[in-house]
Ligand binder design. Structure first.
Ligand SMILES: Nc1ncnc2c1ncn2[C@@H]1O[C@H](COP(=O)(O)OP(=O)(O)O)[C@@H](O)[C@H]1O
Ligand SMILES: [Mg+2]
Length: 288
């Protein structure tokens, strides 16, 4: 079964952004169910949040496809579904692994740009000192900043790209703006990644391929722009089979040197399908 968020207004309908996925899932033979996403986030009673979810008598597998959830909310969803007999393919530990950059960096490190992080608590107690401290590892290289889950990539110069990791004024300017934009939605803390020069269309768009994996098997590999080349995934695929998440994404780009890098890992339930993907075909693959 695939679980989707219900629409906020039309509660018996799937959230509109997931309509095509909902239809694709049904066409591929999946059972589907809806739940009250906002209610879950507000901490409402699970019986209300999940009242449309039927019980599973045989402990069947369930895949969540929907918006990102904070880890504690995911944990409540997991337990609520478990009480109804469903087993989410990713338990909360696996969700955190895929969703939080600091948890998965060591696992994919050989393909990822150098990465360092701080926690929100460190910042709240000690201000910028712990940030300057972790940034020492990058010397005067450029880095990008994000939280443990998301960046402000659409505000690149203002809140994402730091031209020189050793320039404390620049660090403070970009990080302050990033924190201001994230506000209460800041997840975990800050992540810094060494900036790499990546291949793109020359007009400001970097080429990026999103891959989905289920139980170590590649489900899809889709570029953000029309491309004929694609990353060689042979060595990554070996590693993917050992991954502590059953359902996840990896985004790839190519350095100007030709080397492929993993830009980020994501949880398979809450990562968007790329616009170039054939949704019905994707759900048919998922169903195999
Ligand atoms: N290490 C890096 N070097 C160069 N560009 C990067 C790097 N990491 C991310 N980017 C660029 O920034 C964008 C956003 O980063 P990403 O980690 O994917 O954050 P988000 O979770 O917001 O999508 C990427 O799509 C990529 O183009
Ligand atoms: Mg991304």
């Amino acid at each position: 079964m695939i679980l989707f968020p219900a629409d906020t207004l039309e509660r018996s309908e799937v959230e509109r952004d997931y309509r095509l996925e909902f239809e694709g899932a049904r066409a591929a033979g999946f059972a589907t169910a809806l739940f009250d996403f906002d209610g879950l986030r507000r901490g409402e009673d699970l019986d209300r949040v999940l009242w449309r979810v039927p019980e599973s008598l045989r402990g069947e597998a369930l895949i969540y496809r929907g918006w990102m959830l904070a880890a504690p909310d995911y944990a409540r969803l997991f337990h609520g579904l478990e009480a109804r007999g469903w087993k989410m393919v990713n338990d909360t530990k696996a969700y955190r692994f895929g969703h939080h950059a600091p948890e998965n960096y060591a696992f994919w490190q050989q393909w990822m740009p150098q990465t360092a992080w701080t926690t929100r608590e460190e910042f709240e107690h000690n201000g910028f000192a712990p940030i300057y401290e972790v940034l020492k590892a990058f010397g005067s290289s450029p880095v990008i900043v994000k939280d443990w889950v998301k960046s402000q990539k659409h505000r690149w110069d203002e809140a994402c790209f730091i031209p020189d990791a050793s320039d404390e004024d620049e660090v403070r300017r970009v990080v302050s703006r990033f924190l201001e934009l994230q506000g209460e939605y800041l997840t975990g803390g800050l992540v810094f990644r060494r900036f790499e020069t990546l291949r793109g269309d020359g007009a400001g768009q970097v080429f990026e391929w999103r891959s989905f994996w289920l139980d170590g098997r590649l489900l899809s590999l889709t570029p953000n722009l029309v491309r004929e080349d694609e990353p060689d995934l042979e060595t990554v695929a070996d590693k993917a089979r050992e991954c502590p998440s059953r359902f996840f994404t990896l985004d790839f780009s190519q350095k100007d040197t030709g080397e492929w890098v993993i830009i980020e890992m994501g949880d398979g339930g809450v990562s968007g399908l790329p616009s170039g993907v054939n949704i019905d075909g994707w759900y048919r693959k998922l169903a195999i």
